[in-house]
Design a protein around this ligand. Sequence first.
Ligand code: ADP
Ligand code: MG
Length: 569
Amino acid sequence: ARHIEKHGFQTEVKQLLHLMIHSLYSNKEIFLRELVSNASDAADKLRFKALSDNTLYGDDAELRVRLLIDKDANTLTISDNGIGMSYDEVMNNLGTIAKSGTAEFFSQLSGDQAKDSQLIGQFGVGFYSAFIVADQVTVRTRAAGAATDEAVEWQSAGDGEFTIKSCEKAQRGTDIIVKLRDDSLEFLDDFRLRGIINKYSEHISIPVQLWKDPEPESSEEDGKKTEAKPGEWETVNSGKALWTRDKSDISDEEYKDFYQSIAHDFDEPLLWSHNKVEGTTEYTSLLYIPKRAPWDLWNRDQQHGVKLYVKRVFIMDDAEQLMPTYLRFVKGLIDSNDLPLNVSREILQDNKITRAMRNGSTKKVLQMLTKLAKDDAEQYQQFWDTFGAVLKEGPAEDNANRERIAELLRFASTHNDDSKQSVSLDDYKERMKDGQKAIYYIVADSYEAAKHNPALEIFRKKGVEVLLLSDRIDEWLMSHLPEFKELPIQSVTRGDLDLGELDDAEEKQAQEKAEADFADQLKRFKDALGDKVKKVRVTHRLTESPACIITDEHDMSTQMVKLMEAAGQ
Ligand code: ADP
Ligand code: MG
């Protein structure tokens, strides 16, 4: 057996601990949500592993988590009989932060406690949140399948170090012994704990149990007798997976609570959709759209928010095959009746059932958004301001739903004279001039640059609306959106601009005359500029500026060239 060892925490863990102790004191109770959620994860992992090795359960197959209060020692113990941890797992999981994106997380911290604590909330504070209330945390754990003397004890006061040693443990699983600080003794109160469990852990799919003390036999003066009751473990939550229940039996409150417990979000969700799908593929989905963006939304490798279950058994987080990347802000779960329980990411990769569930769920999310846009423009605007730029990845990624996504897009435009992205393509279409045969847009580095581009002059003169695009993604978006409801979508800085019936015959003649008159000058310009330009010609696009730069119909636009350069191409 190994003797006791002392280790320093990874720098990031030290920072995180410091932050937690100093930023989260106003919301201490979340430590319990996190520890119970870890216990529930540990049960899920054991169930999953036992699918291929049933002996892992031993004689203890009723998975649960128990909370035990010790008022003499000032400790609260959270005890599960889940998968447990080996020595190496304890070293890795409880000494470092293994999550990708941790560095980015730290770079986003502002020092503003209120903001940072929101960030921590989204990040999922996890195990280390025990130190919000503890001056010492002891973890005793035994991995499923390991012998009683192969258990591990980890201990830390949250300062900068922890100790680790081997020990004996009779039962499989993990005990987290939280020694409460003097300012946190409220968590020794049975009633308080019940309240927290109801609030955060109602939808944990294993029983959460509290010890109920024995009641002695009593006899009262009027002769009534209450019988003696032995002490017992009492289950406090419903322990039943919410999504398996009937929609009509679930209240909005329950849906919201469930969201908060699976999404680790303090906020309520904006929208949700709960569906039981029957037929060739059978599954239940419960999908949420959050109100706020997660801190790592801009990371395309960010974890997707959709969990996969098979017949109520949790299989994996972040099932990226179940939701397209441009909907990566969607949280929730899909529970399949058709997939095998031993499904792996590789199997999901190229699978008819996965595809059907993904298509169905994508449609559901788009429908939910379409309905919101129709019913509540203000809320939709809030959604768009938060997640619009992600949705703009849609037309490129998901050609099948292009039209539907296009209806959801919002842009700034010359119609509004304000940088807010609030004009839909349908709005634009409605306002089109007689004889106008295309939707016009311009892409620039900023809203101001777009708005003042000389290429807009002719459109202003003719009263034709132009969409003003300036998000990084916009050029990419427009290259995958050649048309909308049979109308071509055209850049005002590209190619030979044909305003069709918007040009009158007189103007056309004037244009031709000007071309002839200026032939000599054009040649001199071209000779002077040489290879720097492809062509110099007379234009009628400009009404105030003397000259502007445009790109040829089939060349890369100037914006695209900049993007490619930025990407090192
Ligand atoms: P997260 O749960 O998001 O992974 P945590 O900080 O909550 O992050 O936990 C870190 C890791 O420690 C978990 O991923 C898990 O591997 C391990 N762990 C924590 N609590 C338990 C537990 N009760 N049983 C088994 N493993 C645990
Ligand atoms: Mg956790």
